[in-house]
Design a protein around this ligand. Sequence first.
Ligand code: V47
Ligand code: SF4
Length: 361
Amino acid sequence: MSTITAEINRIANQRLHGGRISLAEALFLYQEADLFTLGEIANEINLAANGTTVFYNINHHINPTNICVNQCRFCAYSKLEGEEGAYEQSIADILEEVKDAETQGITEFHIVGGLHPHRPFSFYLELLQTLREVHPQIILKAFTAVEIEYFSRIGGLPVREVLSQLKNAGLQAMPGGGAEIFAPGIRNQICPEKISGDKWLEIISIAHELDIPTNATMLYGHIESIADRLDHMEQLRQLQDRTGGFQVFIPLAFHATNTDIRKMGETSGVDDLKTLALARLFLDNFQHLKAYWVMLGEKIAQVGLNFGVNDLDGTVIKERITHAAGAKSAKGHSESYIRNLIVRANRQPQERDTFYQQVNR
Ligand code: V47
Ligand code: SF4
């Protein structure tokens, strides 16, 4: 056995027996272990933690506006006010869009949007209150840490107060967006106007203190290095040690079409799968790992089920953000399509709600 293989086996055994792997060990694995080896270790860890069950949910994405004061270089979705393609939905428009939610079996509204230059904080409170009244059974997972910080500025309120008011209005969980890559050197190039990584982590920790569970994402496949990805995951792992408030980790594969960093191209399938596997190995305190099929494509997401993944997100009706950047996946799938993806990977599909509780109809 070569020394490299022996070292890969040593690190894998350490992790499989409940040990934590260091940044240097994770980097070594990404660089030296081949795709199958990494996948096999991640698969074994996931099977021990979650068995053969794979979760999905029935959700609807609400994106109230694409008008945004920021201009993140990787974002093909946002527009300036008055620009062609800019839109803003009123609360009435949103109610009309989701009017059949109950008959469609939807259990979650995932709500994120641009940082609108004129809408007051009260609009977002009213949006949640109205959805809560009209659709009382549907869980409201809304607003990234980036939006929360913006609300705090436009509303002249501390972040903690913004989150408390949103919680009173119906907020039950938060999505994981806006994390991008924490490393300042990269972040300043791809989204210079956005809050820092430290600020993102601080806002999320306040949400966790207020018992608002959140997700965590990482945008990869642009100008970051593998070390930057691991640094990002390390900061998430540390915060999770402190709060336990993260529900799931979701690596988001960069889509270059219509963005300012087009020359970077798309991620490779091998990188997508190795990134999923590495996340399963490194983030030992995250129970769930999501392959977001909208960004990965349905087939890579399905193969990801053998690389540590135990969640395929959901039906994702009306996705707009990735499709603006050239995603070739469908703009939403039926429940039977998602279940079939899972069954054909030899896993058991299980519908979940936002909090990873089983939904049995
Ligand atoms: O923060 C923007 C990303 C995120 C592009 O928590 C892009 O369950 C790839 O966070 N190529 C928003 N990615 C989406 C998001 C999300 C999605 C699904 C589930 C959950 C969850 C969260 O989308 C942004 C940014 O990182 N993004 N533009 C792009 N061109
Ligand atoms: Fe605005 Fe979000 Fe797009 Fe950045 S990623 S430009 S904050 S909508």
